[in-house]
Design a protein. Structure first.
Length: 535
């Protein structure tokens, strides 16, 4: 661990507790650079994290023989770097160490190197050949992702850990397919028998790949394994139990995916942005749909959910613009925020009895949603839960409801009739903003404050009943309620914001004589009169 920092010329070093120095930062502008062997009399043994990051003028680097470790992103995005001499004592290359070095054509990995980190050479678009030494025991996820020119990746026939066959790198003992070179990926690939796992990012960006044939015995598809590949169809073998996060994300040509019942773990974002996906079969025993699972699947029109499904994660169907109908199973207990946001074709939905809250933005932008059935037991509609649901006309709020969040129904212009339940205690800012179709509303007795813009823009609102116990009317609470002619203020109102009734030209407020509400009206110069028995 580094303990003391010092500078020498254009270099910044850290003295380490083992008596060596680590190069932490280079601040010079050299094109050809030799890293010093010593600093302050200490041998330089490590290149630290981001030491040369983004040095776009650097073209060639010579490292001293004592360097044993190159840290994370040490030479990341050195776009003009064409060569580097790696010393014989090097044992570790950290994650992203040479990521984005687009001019790097070839380099020699020394015998003795044991660990090649995640995405170590990612997006080295000019790298054409690379030999992995026999000492190497680990190749991290995505080590060669984006290496569009890499045609020759080799290992010795006697390599104890790795093997290469037809441009595909395998881990011998683990039976794991690590990486298929982008230059070698054809339209169809048959994964060899005996392969037990497809590694993280194994086929990522293999745009020419249209079909993959998976063997029986395969149990796992790793994170981003086929991300942004050209797959058009997917049929997993019956032995697969796990599909990692974003495994098939952004496969823009994928039209059908059949997942066997053996899959118990379907990772977050597994099919995110699969814009052409129309046919999908989910495992019967699946209990959770992960976060962002089908987000951006714009062509997905319908889906049968497993009967035992308990959780729909955040953003699970966000942006599924063609999804017109979906039946939620009775045992569903949780729906994450933004789960159905921008599902613009969804017309009706029934929430099962186990749902206790509709979370933020859950149905935000569902412009065609006309009818929603909410269960008894529902306690909260969170912020923007139904924001912009312009077609919503039918809605019954359950008696159990206690909270309506910020802008929960803002922009629901077709909503005409709504009964607020008597147990409601929280009605937050902008809750019904721009609900132009509402004509009458009774605020329940548990509401003590009307927050900012709560009924702003409700141009059709003609009748509002406010409860005794209401103490405060906030900024723009009734702004633009042009149809409102009379509004009785309870005597409990102690504060009214100056612009609470802005652009209500025909409105007359009615307040009890001598009340604080009357005093507020008088002080603000509002049109008002004293209450009489008929009020």
């Amino acid at each position: 661990m580094a303990c003391e920092m010092f500078s020498s010329g254009d270099f910044r070093f850290a003295l380490r507790t083992d008596g060596t120095a680590e190069l932490r930062r280079y601040r010079g502008g050299a094109e050809i650079l030799a890293v010093p062997e010593e600093a302050a009399g200490r041998p330089v043994t490590a290149i630290g994290r981001r030491a040369f990051f983004g040095r776009t003028g650097l073209r060639y680097v010579l490292l001293p023989p004592g360097i044993a470790s190159i840290g994370e992103e040490a030479f990341g995005f050195c776009a003009c770097l064409t060569g580097i001499d790696l010393p014989a004592g090097l044992t570790r290359i950290g994650a992203g160490a040479f990521r984005g070095c687009g001019s790097l054509v070839r380099l020699r990995l020394p015998e003795g190197l044991a660990d090649l980190g995640d995405e170590a050479f990612a997006d080295c678009g000019s790298l054409a050949e690379l030999h992995l030494p026999d000492s190497l025991t680990r190749v991290g996820a995505g080590a060669f992702t984006g290496c569009a020119a890499l045609e020759d990746l080799t290992v010795s026939l006697e390599h104890p850990v790795f093997a290469v066959a037809e441009g595909v790198l395998f881990h011998r003992r683990e039976g794991r397919l690590i990486r298929c070179l982008m230059t070698r990926a054809g339209a169809e690939y048959r994964v060899p028998p005996g392969t037990r796992a497809i590694g993280a990012q194994a086929f990522r960006d293999c745009a020419g790949l249209r079909r993959v044939i998976l063997p029986e015995g395969l149990t796992e598809i790793g994170e981003m394994a086929f991300h942004r590949s050209g797959l058009m169809e997917l049929r997993l073998s019956g032995s697969v139990t796990r599909v990692g996060p974003a495994a098939f994300g952004a496969c823009g040509q994928l039209k059908s995916a059949l997942l066997p019942d053996s899959v118990a773990d379907l990772g977050d974002r597994a099919f995110r942005d699969c814009a052409a996906l129309t046919e999908l079969r989910l495992p019967a025993g699946l209990t959770r749909l992960g976060n962002g699972l089908f987000s951006g699947c714009a062509s997905l029109a319908g889906l049968t959910l497993p009967a035992g499904l308990a959780v729909i994660g955040a953003e699970a169907f966000d942006g599924c613009e063609s999804l017109a109908e979906i039946t939620l199973p009775g045992g569903l207990a949780e729906i994450g925020e933004k789960a159905f946001r921008h599902c613009r074709s969804l017309t009706r939905l029934t929430l099962p009895g186990g749902i206790a809250e509709v979370r933020g933005n859950t149905f935000d932008g569902c412009a065609a949603l006309a009818s929603v059935t909410l269960p008894e037991g529902l306690a909260a509609l969170e912020n923007r839960a139904f924001f912009g649901c312009a077609a919503l006309t039918e809605l019954r709020l359950p008696a159990s409801l206690r909270r309506i969040g910020h802008e929960a129904f803002a922009g629901c212009a077709a909503l005409r009739e709504l009964a607020l339940p008597g147990g409601l205690t929280r009605l937050e800012a902008g809750a019904f903003r721009d609900c132009e179709g509402l004509t009458a509303l009774a605020v329940p007795p548990g509401i003590t404050e009307l927050w900012t813009a709560v009924f702003s823009g409700c141009a059709g609102l003609r009748e509002v009943r406010l409860p005794e116990g209401l103490t405060f009317i906030g900024d723009r609470a009734f702004q633009g309620c042009g149809s409102l002619r009379r509004l009785r203020l309870p005597g409990s109102v102690a504060g009214i914001r100056e612009d609470a009734f802005l652009r209500c030209p025909g409105l007359t407020l009615i307040a009890p004589r001598g009340s604080r509400a009357a005093a507020c009206c008088e002080a603000l110069g509002l049109r008002w009169r004293c209450a009489d028995p008929e009020d």
